[in-house]
Ligand binder design. Structure first.
Ligand SMILES: CC(C)(COP(=O)(O)OP(=O)(O)OC[C@H]1O[C@@H](n2cnc3c(N)ncnc32)[C@H](O)[C@@H]1OP(=O)(O)O)[C@@H](O)C(=O)NCCC(=O)NCCS
Length: 142
């Protein structure tokens, strides 16, 4: 939508249909987003877009919240997004991270992007649970 999303082939969309969540307004799909799961406790929010003709606010937030709940239920530890609307994602609790911190396979889709040589996307993350080496709360028993 608005040319802000990475182009995806229809066949890819059909194969990925179970990754998608949608919002509906008056029985019509008004927005969508997908959660692509990597095999490392990591997932990526992709293809988030709301039909700009729809006046009902809050759809983007609801989709992101829905996908974060899904990621948490799947015991994932980190959800990332590459975005040109970082202020929107900041409002949803995401914070900026380095693109270098993303696995190489996350960046493979950049090959499809028209802006690959002039990338203006910001990498952001939402940490769902601390890594295993995080501080574990301990206290003396006496
Ligand atoms: C960005 C987008 C998904 C936001 O969806 P939306 O339904 O309009 O957003 P919401 O109504 O849920 O807004 C939630 C909050 O984010 C804010 N917000 C919305 N769009 C924003 C933007 N572009 N920049 C900063 N803040 C934004 C809203 O003001 C609202 O703030 P509040 O909680 O203080 O009231 C939608 O505008 C869109 O589809 N944009 C084009 C495609 C795109 O950029 N997708 C992201 C690809 S990663």
């Amino acid at each position: 939508m608005n040319g802000e999303n990475l182009p995806r082939a229809k066949s890819d969309m059909i194969h990925s249909i179970n990754e998608f969540a949608v919002t509906e307004v008056a029985d019509k799909v008004a927005g969508c987003a997908s959660l692509y799961i990597y095999d490392t406790g990591l997932a990526e929010i992709r293809s988030l877009g709301i039909d700009p003709k729809m006046s009902i606010k809050g759809q983007g937030r609801q989709l992101v919240e829905h996908l974060l709940v899904k990621a948490k239920k799947l015991a994932l530890s980190r959800v990332i997004v590459l975005t040109r609307v970082p202020d929107f994602f900041k409002k949803q609790g995401f914070s900026c991270c380095s693109k270098d911190s993303l696995p190489e396979k996350v960046m493979k889709d950049c090959e499809l992007c028209l802006r690959k040589d002039n990338c203006d996307e910001v990498a952001m993350e939402f940490i769902l649970r601390p890594r295993d080496n995080a501080v574990i709360p301990c206290k003396n028993v006496a």
